[in-house]
Design a binder for this molecule. Structure first.
Ligand code: ADP
Length: 562
């Protein structure tokens, strides 16, 4: 049934009930009013006439004319106000008795008149009583009926009050539930309302929309499934491990090679939380850790399939932060080659030291006057051989240091050291060089400087290397400042020169291995700053440069105080 019809019927019924109720109330009131009027008109008037007639007969003797007239008038009125069955008889009898009394004014006749009057009073009195009772009964009956009507109306109205909003809200509620289901992608949801109701059309539109969506989803699903299968084939054909995570770090996909290195079966991974799985898988833990924060660019060492492999890890963010793809590139071969190179350099630089030392020893003997004098040209050649040997020794020692760092065998023997000791060592080590280039070295050393806890040999080597660079890359007669300052719990050692300076664009790359500023004429290996950085960082310190082209450079080492 339509809601509109329901409302019309309900209100209509209520209207009919109220009308009936009103009609009944009016009718009953009318009946009671009529009864009362009857009592007044018929019986009350008769009693009134009879009482006046009684007064008249009591006064017949004193004022006979007024009394007789009063009696006569009231008797006439009574004779036309007959309402009760025997009242007419008694009234006619009264008339006869009155006639008799007028003919014979005896006491007996007067008594019989008075009896008849009393009879009329009694008759009407009884009638008043019974009519009053009738009116009372009618009023009671009407009251009961009205109460019944009122109760029925209240029940009906209450019923309507409960039903009509329900009839309106129930379909709306069902419609809302249906929409929610659809928004949750449950396209099987259907609504069933009475076809004739106003919501019937809404339900059929909703159902056809849900059907269309279901069809659309099915066709989309088929496309998605085939795309997924296609992607799975592609991903599995890549022989580098790939892991896809959503933004909640749930595993979306993994390829075969990733399964084999993670050593977790596919069904235990896909759809599961990578965080949960990483609790019992070190490799996954390391990979997941890198999703949120930088974990350095050290290659990842994995022991799988009975061999060690090295991987570079790349994180690829999916659009709109919907997830992340973790891609590992197998760099084992490069790592093996790099190790071989490091070993090779290490062996060569180590092996070179002995023949270079032998050359230097022989050269010293050659330059000794006791063996024999050399002419000027021979001396110059010997000096050139000596310089080259020095450089060769310094390069091979730098290479050896670098291989130690690369092989991860750098051993630190830290001890408490005064910064001035390191500075003095470096100045001593570069004294000859400084005098060769006629450089003056100034020391800035405040009185109260805390001590350091460092491998003094390594840090002294770094300072010497920086001082030697400052001398090499400055012009002759230049000033060089070497100093120490303390900033809270850090101690900074700085080496400032006023040489040619370094272009800002090289400030980062200058610490890379084998890097040399393009156009540098001074001979060198490009390893000194790289090794210096490794040595300082091995102590938990930092090294950076402040330099301006044409104005000089300042290298600053920052280390924690003891
Ligand atoms: P090397 O000095 O053996 O070339 P380094 O690693 O010590 O290697 O230095 C790398 C490069 O940085 C040098 O080749 C030079 O171009 C530049 N450099 C280093 N120190 C200075 C300096 N004090 N002033 C200008 N250039 C410098």
């Amino acid at each position: 049934m339509k809601i509109r019809t329901k409302i019309t019927l309900s209100i209509g019924t209520l209207l009919v009930v109220i009308t009936l109720f009103g009609y009944h109330a009016a009718h009953t009131t009318q009946r009671i009013k009529h009864n009362i009027e009857n009592i007044l008109a018929d019986n009350y008037n008769s009693v009134k006439y009879a009482q006046k007639m009684l007064w008249a007969i009591n006064n017949f003797e004193q004022d006979s004319l007024i009394a007789v007239n009063t009696f006569y008038d009231n008797l006439s009125l009574q004779s036309i106000n007959i309402s009760e069955s025997t009242e007419k008889q008694h009234t006619e009898q009264l008339e006869r008795q009155f006639k008799r009394y007028t003919a014979d004014r005896t006491k007996e006749n007067l008594i019989s008149i008075s009896e008849s009057i009393n009879m009329i009073i009694l008759l009407n009195g009884n009638a008043i009583e019974s009519k009053s009772q009738f009116a009372k009964d009618t009023a009671h009956e009407a009251l009961v009926l009205m109460i019944v009507f009122a109760v029925l109306s209240i029940i009906f109205a209450a019923f309507m009050l409960a039903k009509i909003p329900q009839a309106l809200t129930n379909p709306i509620q069902k419609l809302i539930e249906g929409i929610l289901e659809i928004s949750n992608h449950n396209y099987d949801k259907r609504l069933s309302f009475d076809k004739k109701s106003e919501f019937g059309k809404v339900a059929s539109s909703f159902n056809s929309m849900a059907q269309d969506l279901a069809q659309f989803q099915q066709s989309n699903m088929a496309r998605i499934i085939s795309t997924k299968q296609y992607l799975e084939i592609v991903i599995n054909s890549i022989d580098e491990p790939i892991i896809g995570l959503d933004n909640e770090k749930q595993i979306l996909f993994v390829n075969k090679i990733a399964i084999s290195i993670l050593n977790i079966p596919l069904e235990k991974m896909v759809g599961k939380s990578a965080l949960d799985l990483s609790l019992s898988n070190d490799l996954l833990r390391r990979l997941v850790k890198g999703v949120d924060k930088e974990v350095g660019n050290e290659p990842l060492k994995i022991y799988a399939n009975e061999k060690e492999s090295y991987f570079d890890v790349h994180y690829l963010s999916l659009p709109e932060n919907s997830g992340i793809v973790v891609m590992l590139s197998n760099i084992t071969k490069f790592k093996e080659l790099d190790n071989a190179k490091t070993n090779f350099i290490s062996v060569i630089s180590h092996e070179l030291k002995t023949p270079i030392s032998a050359i230097m020893m022989s050269l010293q003997l050659l330059q000794d006057n006791r063996i024999g004098d050399m002419n000027e040209e021979q001396s110059a050649l010997a000096q050139s051989i000596s310089d080259s040997s020095d450089r060769l020794l310094s390069i091979s020692s730098e290479l050896l240091k670098m291989t130690q760092v690369e092989a991860g065998v750098l051993q630190l023997s830290p001890k408490i050291t005064k910064p001035i000791e390191l500075i003095n060592y470096a100045i001593g080590a570069t004294r000859v060089l400084a005098s060769k280039f006629e450089c003056s070295i100034e020391v800035e050393y405040p009185e109260s400087i805390d001590k350091l806890f460092v491998d003094s040999e390594k840090i002294a080597w770094v300072i010497t290397n920086l001082l030697s660079n400052a001398i090499h890359y400055s012009s002759n007669n230049s000033r060089i400042i070497i100093g120490v300052r303390q900033i809270e719990d850090r101690i900074e050692i700085y080496i400032r020169d006023f040489g040619k300076g370094i272009d800002f664009r090289y400030h980062k790359t200058i610490f890379d291995r084998y890097f040399r500023v393009p156009g540098t004429k001074v001979q060198g290996s490009g390893l000194g700053l790289a090794i210096s950085k490794d040595f300082v960082e091995a102590h938990g310190g930092t090294i950076h440069i402040e330099s301006e082209l044409g104005k000089g450079s300042c290298f600053i080492i920052s280390l924690a105080k003891t």
